[in-house]
Design a protein. Structure first.
Length: 297
């Protein structure tokens, strides 16, 4: 069977660590590189419930999008929840590999998977990464995606399309802007996206789909969009496009939009391992809801 080191090499070819943001530290977090990997499970977050299920299912490798140790850790004792996860993974022989912002930017990664799920065509990265290897293969890589809908639709209809495409959470999907406005171009950034409003405005997108939109940045963004639309209606050319308000905003549950990546990873990872090692592991998308909210009133 394939060793963990061979599998990690495949993962880091599909989702290169060089794509990661400077503050991020994805890759192999727990595991013995010499151990064999027969079964891989994918999940959005390495929560205690996910780890329990992976161990119970005899997984040799757990691949998650979100890190276990997001910030610097100075101890991993079992007094802390993260340290106890590390203990249980090692004791069970289950490794943990994280594909975070490197998977966000990769070909058939998190951003592309979400944009495809929402029906976008003619896609390009919102924030491109120059990578000669990807370019030689004809792939554009980078954070987020910008594309267009095959047919224009109302903002409400598109918001409902987004909600229908996502795994269910109690948090749900929220939208900001006139529901009857026609939209066609869409920017998508799975994960926390209120730091990229300038890039979205520069793209001319009618709608911005992201997560974790806070009150003040979102209010400022939609108010600026309304103001610029009013100026354009008076013949003052600011921003891009016509008199419509843009970008309208759709706020999604963080783990739900990023979990769409596993639709592709379930196909791409075992196929790439088989091409490399001649062995094809069993794979499973663990669809445990890892969104922290359990009630909406």
């Amino acid at each position: 069977m394939s060793t963990l080191k061979q599998v990690v090499d495949v993962l880091e070819t599909l989702y290169p660590l060089r794509y990661a943001e400077h503050w991020d530290a994805p890759g192999l977090i727990v595991g013995d590189p010499a151990r064999q990997v027969r079964r891989i499970v994918f999940a959005a977050d390495p929560t205690a419930a996910v780890v329990d299920a992976a161990i119970a299912g005899h997984a040799d490798l757990l691949v998650t999008h979100h890190p276990l140790l997001f910030r610097a850790a100075h101890e991993v004792s079992a007094i802390g929840a993260h340290g106890d996860v590390v203990r249980r993974l090692y004791e069970s022989g289950c490794a943990l590999w994280v594909g975070h912002t490197n998977a966000d930017s990769a070909y058939r990664g998190v951003g592309q998977a979400a944009a495809d799920a929402f029906g976008l065509v003619d896609q390009h990265p919102l924030v491109p990464i120059r990578d000669d290897e990807a370019a030689a293969a004809g792939h554009e890589v980078g954070l987020g995606r910008v594309g267009r809908l095959e047919e224009p639709m109302t903002f409400e209809a598109f918001a409902r399309r987004v909600a229908d495409a996502l795994p269910h959470t109690e948090l749900g999907v929220t939208a900001s802007g006139p529901l009857d406005q026609t939209v066609e171009t869409v920017a998508v950034l799975p994960g926390s996206g209120d730091s990229l409003f300038d890039e979205v405005r520069a793209s001319g997108a009618d709608v911005y789909v992201t997560s974790d939109l806070r009150h003040h940045p979102a209010t400022d963004a939609i108010e600026q969009a309304r103001h610029e639309a009013g100026l354009r209606a008076r013949g003052i050319r600011v921003g891009l496009g016509d008199v419509r308000i843009r970008p309208l905003l759709i706020n999604t549950p963080h783990s739900a939009i990023e979990a769409l990546w596993f639709r592709y990873a379930l196909e791409d990872v075992p196929a790439a391992i088989e091409r490399t090692t001649g062995e094809r592991p069993d794979v499973e998308w663990m669809r445990i809801n890892t969104d922290p909210w359990t009630l909406r009133l």
